[in-house]
Write a protein that binds this ligand. Structure first.
Ligand SMILES: [Zn+2]
Length: 317
């Protein structure tokens, strides 16, 4: 098995000074707990808020990338950076956990495709087009009065350039209209690196069945987020169990088959975790629950990582 988490906010902790080689007390992700959880690869989110200026976002993204590079270098006997599936599989054979980088919010590229290319050259392999605000690229799922009504004209250029570079487009956080615009312009499959199903929890950050079907039709994957607010509408009354994550997986499997779902924890980006899955060290509990529900080992391999790796192999050059 190759266990991959397509989204966590560990770089935000690194920026605050966390030492990745030890247990980070107020965080969910660090080397000792990734090892314990049997995680083979994780996408570290280079996250910037829509609240800050473009220049500040660019600076912050660079600082985060620098921290990721330093942390990997300081722990080169434990982890290694990866930019492709082949590298990640090689790292695993050497006993190293792979750290991938994804950028959450395209604000740091400003309105400049050269900056997009530069971040790609630094090793960033997916970009979540926006976060909780409309930006130069597209509208967010979180805003009331949308700025563009989907992708902006610059956003269309970004999609084309990401296709050309072999950079994965992440549709988590973007508005429904932005999502359909991306699908109509992208030649490659796209992913939702940390989103859940609206059918089970009606939240604007989650995907409708129609969206999941359209994503799957084009070969994409939805990676289930562990955040209780996206797992269950009643999360404030009753904290959902980690088994609710598997309910969302079941729903996607029933809807579009087992080839289009995976795991995107959002650890270190969420203030509460589901009961029983308080940090990355407990990831195997999901695998055990999948087994209990009758999934075959092959199907579990697909969900645990192979589905996302397939998209990476399709898109990354
Ligand atoms: Zn997010």
């Amino acid at each position: 098995m190759f266990l991959l988490d397509s989204h966590c906010d560990a770089p935000s902790m690194l920026l605050k000074g966390a030492d990745f080689s030890k247990i980070v007390r107020d965080g969910h992700v660090d080397y000792p707990r990734m090892k314990k959880g049997g995680v083979d690869a994780s996408f570290f989110a280079i996250y910037t808020s829509n609240e800050i200026s473009a220049d500040e976002a660019t600076r912050r993204a660079l600082q985060m990338i620098a921290k990721v590079y330093d942390s990997v270098e300081n722990n080169s006997d434990k982890v290694a950076l990866a930019t492709s599936v082949a590298e990640a599989k090689k790292n695993k054979r050497k006993g190293l956990i792979s750290i991938f980088m994804g950028m959450e919010n395209g604000a740091p590229i400003q309105k400049d495709l050269s900056l997009l290319r530069l971040f790609h050259r630094m090793g960033v392999r997916y970009m979540t087009l926006t976060h909780n605000g409309d930006n130069e690229i597209c509208d967010s799922a979180a805003t009331e009065n949308k700025r563009w009504g989907g992708l902006s004209p610059f956003g269309v250029e970004v999609v084309k350039e990401m296709n050309r570079l072999g950079m994965i487009i992440d549709v988590s956080h973007i508005s429904d209209m932005s999502f359909y615009d991306v699908l109509s312009h992208s030649e490659h499959p796209v992913v939702a690196t940390h989103s859940c199903c609206r059918a089970l929890c009606n939240h604007y950050r989650n995907m409708s069945d129609e969206m999941i079907e359209a994503l799957a039709e084009r070969g994409g994957v939805i990676q289930i987020n562990f955040y209780p607010a996206f797992l269950d509408e009643r999360y404030k009354e009753v904290l959902p169990s980690y088994k609710r994550i598997v309910d969302h997986i079941d729903h996607v499997v029933d809807l579009v088959g087992v080839e289009h779902v995976g795991l995107g924890s959002d650890f270190d980006g969420i203030e509460i975790c589901p009961a029983g899955l308080e940090d990355v060290s407990k990831m195997q509990k999901i695998i055990i629950e999948l087994r209990k529900r009758g999934y075959s080992e092959h199907q579990i391999d697909l969900i645990a990582g192979e589905n996302f790796l397939r998209v990476m192999n399709n898109v990354i050059k």
